[in-house]
Design a protein around this ligand. Structure first.
Ligand code: P6P
Length: 330
């Protein structure tokens, strides 16, 4: 059986965009490279004292930035800037958007990125991830990038994906033509197509939610969690609770096995905790391309019009039938 590398796949799929200049392929390729570099540091995080521990700064979310967060942000920013296809990025680690106007003024794309999501898990050796979302700019090419280039609804995404740094490193992405997963072989430094045309199982038995917040969640969420816990063989209940505090890892497991991830509004996070631009929207694009659903509990995530760079939204996403069930309780 022949193996397809990510590079070969990108070139093959480029024909999906007749007349495309290959810019999008180049962006995916730059993320591929930065992922390798970050993965190398993650793999030795336990040993590299200079990487571990607090960077001494906080991001706009008021979260302590772990050194690896800052390092990952730098690597993805450099990789994206060097490829000349991206004119600006919005990152969880940066208060405002960053423009590459000088070098990349004729670039047509902007990228939203969470360079290292779940970073509180770095020191305890739990899987973490990178999340990215790609849009075409809406202001004239050649002019300075504007905030409106970033405040686009998720339906305008041209690509989205994630890297999960786990027992193996995987890159999973979509350009609107299905979802494909690539596993990295560190021995030869190549990603191989390992999960072709990924689809959410329509049903699942895994529910992912931080039940520590359950008393402050709306009744529909409380009712759904109770439903998951009821004993009913005919509907394979009780389900299994699986929540590791790392969205990329929880989503990835649910995409493969079937399941639902819920981060609802809570008393501590009345608009939910996850950020619309670089967490909710990319996963919503992937979920829908894989036959799943993504909402804020009521609205389709990708139809929400962003008003702020780091705005938060509740995120409900996963297997179609599980999502329809919780929707019937909301
Ligand atoms: P909590 C990590 O900080 C993150 O953004 C997601 O990766 C994860 O699912 C969630 O927050 C965990 O938040 O409040 O349950 O610890």
């Amino acid at each position: 059986m022949g193996f397809t590398t990510l590079g070969e796949f990108i070139l093959d799929k480029q024909s999906d965009f007749p007349g495309s200049s290959g810019d999008l392929s180049s962006i995916i390729s730059s993320i591929r490279l930065a992922g390798k570099i970050v993965n190398q540091q993650i793999n030795k995080a336990g040993l590299a004292k200079h990487i571990l521990g607090w960077a001494g700064s906080e991001n706009i979310q008021g979260e302590q930035q772990q050194k690896l967060d800052v390092y990952a942000d730098e690597q993805f920013r450099k990789a994206l800037e060097n490829r000349k296809m991206v004119c600006g990025i919005a990152s969880e680690e940066e208060d405002d958007f960053i423009t590459f106007d000088n070098n990349n003024k004729d670039a047509k794309y902007v990228v939203m990125i969470d360079p290292l999501d779940g970073s509180s898990n770095i020191d305890v050796n739990v899987s973490i991830g990178t999340i990215f979302s790609v849009y075409k700019r809406v202001t004239p090419v050649g002019t300075p990038v504007q905030l409106e280039d970033f405040l686009q609804p998720g339906t305008a995404q041209v690509a989205a994906g994630y890297i999960v740094y786990g027992s193996s490193m995987m890159l999973v992405y979509t350009t609107g033509h299905g979802v494909n997963g690539f596993t990295y072989d560190p021995g030869i430094g190549v990603y191989f197509l390992s999960h072709k045309n990924m689809k959410f199982p329509e049903d699942g038995r895994i529910y992912s939610i931080n039940e520590g917040n359950i008393n402050s969640c709306e009744k529909g969420v409380q009712d759904y969690v109770k439903y998951c816990q009821e004993d009913d063989k005919a509907t394979n209940r009780p389900y299994s609770a699986r929540y590791i505090g790392s969205l990329v890892a929880d989503f990835h497991r649910n995409l493969i096995k079937g399941g639902i991830y819920v981060y609802p509004a809570t008393s501590k996070n009345p608009n939910g905790k996850l950020r619309l631009l670089y967490e909710c929207n990319p996963f919503a694009f992937i979920a829908e391309q894989a036959g799943g659903i993504a909402t804020d509990g009521k609205r389709r995530i990708m139809e929400i019009q962003p008003t702020e760079l780091h705005q938060r939204e509740p995120l409900f996403t996963g297997s179609k039938n599980m999502m329809n069930k919780i929707a019937s309780m909301m």
